[in-house]
Ligand binder design. Structure first.
Ligand code: CA
Ligand code: CA
Length: 498
C-alpha cells in the first residue's frame, strides 16, 4: 500500500556507524552530538539522508541487540540529543532514518528476561520455543548458513527449561514471534513513538527476510504488509528501506510493502567487475532486476551500495588501488537508484573482516590527538599511514573525497542522473568487455556514461547514433579528449557526456 507518489526521495544517502563517526565528549566513542557537529560536513558533501546504525541501549558495541526501544544508549547520548540531531538535520535538508531491528532483541531485554522465567509467563509467546524432540521431529535443528548469518545451530538452551529458544543470528539475540498479537501491539507503539513522538523520517529495517523462521517463512510478506499498513496510516510520507540479503528475485516481493531494498546482487556485481576489470553484462542484469522489482511495485526504490557495515570495505576489495576506488564511486553515483555511501568510503577507507575492522574510526584530521576521532578500537587498516584524513583530502582537488563530492553534485544537478523512481537506464554496446557504458535517458537532457574498467588506456569510438554526445559533464582524468567522436580513456577513467 505505497500510495504517496509525490514525496521527495533523497537522491544520495549516507550510512553512519555511530560508534566510529565522531566523538563529542572525549570518551573515544562516537555519539549523537558528534554527528550533529558534522551535519554541515554531510550537507556540503551533498548528502540528503542519513541512516544511523542502532542507537538504542544494548550490551554490544554494534547495538544490534536492543534492550530498550524507547531510549538512547548512554554511550551515544540522550533522547534530547536525538531530537536535537533530528531538528538540526532537517534544517540542513537531511532526512534521518533509524535502524529498526524487529527480528530479534537482546536476551537482556525485559521481554526475554520475563519469557525465560517459565513456560506460562505472558511474554513466553513473544519468542519461539520448542522441545528438542519437536525440533528434531520437524528437522529444523540445523540451518544452512547464509550471507548474513553463519549460525548453524539456531536453537539455544535456557538453563532449567525443557524448551529451547530460537535465535537465528546468535544465542544472545532471540528471534521475536509476531504470531503474538500482544507483540504486534508493542511493535506498533515503537513505530508510533519514533515516527510521531520523535519524528524520524523513516526506517532502515534490519534482517527483513528473517522475521518468520524458515519453517513458516511464508508469513514474512504478511508481516510486512501489517507493518506497512500501520506506518502508512500514521505517517504516509515515512520512508522504509529493507535489508533483504538475497538474490534480486528474492528481494523483489518485499517491494510490495517497503519503499526501498538494498541491492546486494548489484553490490557483489560491482565488486566483481572492479576486481576482474571486465564487465559481466551488468546493465542487462540490472534491467532484469528492475523488471522483477516493478512487478511488485512500480515505485520501487533501488537502494544501491558498494558495501555496508557488514562487508569488507570497497577500498580493500580493490586492493587500495586509487584508480579503482574512484571508479567504484563513478559507477555507483551514475547508475540509477538511491545510493548509500558507507561512512569513510568518500576517503577511500580500508578494512576487511572481522567486523570491527570494517567499522574503524573516521579520519577527520592528521592530528594525533584529534578530539573528533573516535578511539574505541585501534585501527588496523584505516590508519593515518594508509589513508589521508579528510582535512588533507579537502585541500587536494585530486583526492577521493573531491571525486565523491563532484560526482554527488553532478548527480543532483542532472535530472537524468538523479532520477530515483522508475530507473532510466539503457545499455550502450561498445564491443569491449573492459568498457562499461550506459545511457540515462531524459526528455530534456540524456546523459551517456563510459567507464574504462581496465588498467589499459582505451580509445572509444562512439556508435553512430551516440555521436551527438559531445559535451563533457565530467571526466575523471584531464587527458580525456575528443576527436571525431573518439575518446581516449586512461586506466580506470570515467566519462560523462551529454
Ligand atoms: Ca563520546
Ligand atoms: Ca526471525
Amino acid at each position: 500500500m505505497i500510495t504517496d507518489k509525490t514525496k521527495f526521495i533523497p537522491r544520495v544517502c549516507y550510512e553512519i556507524f555511530v560508534r566510529s563517526f565522531c566523538d563529542s565528549n572525549g570518551d573515544g566513542i562516537g555519539d549523537l552530538n558528534g554527528i550533529i557537529s558534522k551535519l554541515d560536513y554531510l550537507r556540503d558533501l551533498g548528502i540528503e539522508a542519513i541512516w544511523l546504525t542502532p542507537v538504542h541501549p544494548s550490551p554490544s558495541y554494534h547495538k544490534y541487540d536492543v534492550v530498550d526501544f524507547y531510549e538512547i544508549d548512554p554511550e551515544y547520548g540522550t533522547l534530547n540529543d536525538f531530537r536535537n540531531l533530528l531538528s538540526q538535520a532537517h534544517e540542513r535538508g537531511i532526512a534521518v532514518y533509524l535502524d529498526l531491528i524487529v527480528n530479534h532483541i537482546s536476551t537482556l531485554h525485559p521481554w526475554f528476561i520475563e519469557a525465560s522465567k517459565s513456560p506460562d509467563n505472558p511474554y513466553r509467546k513473544f519468542f519461539w520455543w520448542m522441545t528438542p524432540e519437536k525440533i528434531e521431529e520437524l528437522g529444523i535443528g540445523k540451518r544452512e548458513t547464509s550471507a548474513d548469518s553463519d549460525e548453524v545451530y539456531p536453537w539455544h538452551d535456557n538453563p532449567g527449561d525443557e524448551e529451547q529458544f530460537y535465535g537465528m543470528f546468535w544465542k544472545g539475540m532471540p528471534d521475536l514471534n509476531y504470531d503474538s498479537e500482544e507483540l504486534r501491539f508493542e511493535l506498533s507503539k515503537i513505530i508510533y513513538f519514533w515516527l510521531i513522538d520523535i519524528g524520524v523520517d523513516g526506517f532502515r529495517l534490519d534482517a527483513a527476510r528473517h522475521i518468520y523462521p524458515p519453517w513458516v517463512e511464508y508469513n514474512n510478506q504478511n508481516f510486512w504488509w501489517y507493518f506497512d499498513y500501520f506506518v502508512r496510516n500514521i505517517k504516509p510520507e515515512a520512508y522504509t528501506v529493507g535489508e533483504i540479503w538475497a538474490p534480486a528475485a528474492e528481494v523483489a516481493p518485499y517491494f510490495k510493502n517497503l519503499n526501498g531494498a538494498f541491492h546486494f546482487d548489484l553490490s557483489f556485481a560491482l565488486q566483481r567487475i572492479l576486481i576482474k576489470e571486465k564487465d559481466e553484462n551488468l546493465i542487462a542484469k540490472l534491467l532484469e532486476s528492475y523488471l522483477l522489482f516493478a512487478k511488485y511495485n512500480p515505485l520501487f526504490v533501488d537502494a544501491t551500495i558498494l558495501t555496508n557495515h557488514d562487508q569488507d570495505r570497497i577500498g580493500s576489495v580493490v586492493a587500495n588501488n586509487t584508480g579503482k576506488i574512484k571508479l567504484a564511486a563513478s559507477v555507483l553515483l551514475t547508475l540509477p537508484g538511491q545510493p548509500y555511501i558507507y561512512y569513510g568510503e568518500e576517503l577511500g577507507m580500508l578494512g576487511t573482516k572481522p567486523d570491527p575492522y570494517i567499522r574503524e574510526p573516521f579520519l577527520w584530521t592528521e592530528k594525533a590527538d584529534d578530539p573528533d576521532r573516535t578511539a574505541w578500537i585501534q585501527s588496523e587498516f584505516s590508519t593515518l599511514k594508509n589513508i589521508q584524513p579528510l582535512a588533507q583530502q579537502e585541500a587536494d582537488p585530486q583526492s577521493v573525497f573531491n571525486h565523491y563530492k563532484t560526482l554527488i553534485a553532478l548527480r543532483k544537478s542532472e535530472p537524468a542522473l538523479g532520477q530515483t523512481i522508475a530507473p532510466n537506464l539503457l545499455n550502450v554496446h561498445l564491443l569491449d568487455d573492459e568498457l562499461l557504458a550506459y545511457l540515462r535517458p531524459n526528455v530534456d537532457k540524456s546523459v551517456l556514461i563510459i567507464h574504462n574498467l581496465s588498467g589499459n588506456a582505451k580509445t572509444v569510438q562512439l556508435p553512430e547514433e551516440k555521436k551527438n554526445f559531445k559535451t563533457v559533464l565530467f571526466a575523471s582524468d584531464k587527458i580525456v579528449s575528443e576527436v571525431n567522436s573518439s575518446w581516449n580513456l586512461p586506466p580506470f577513467a570515467s566519462l560523462v557526456l551529454c
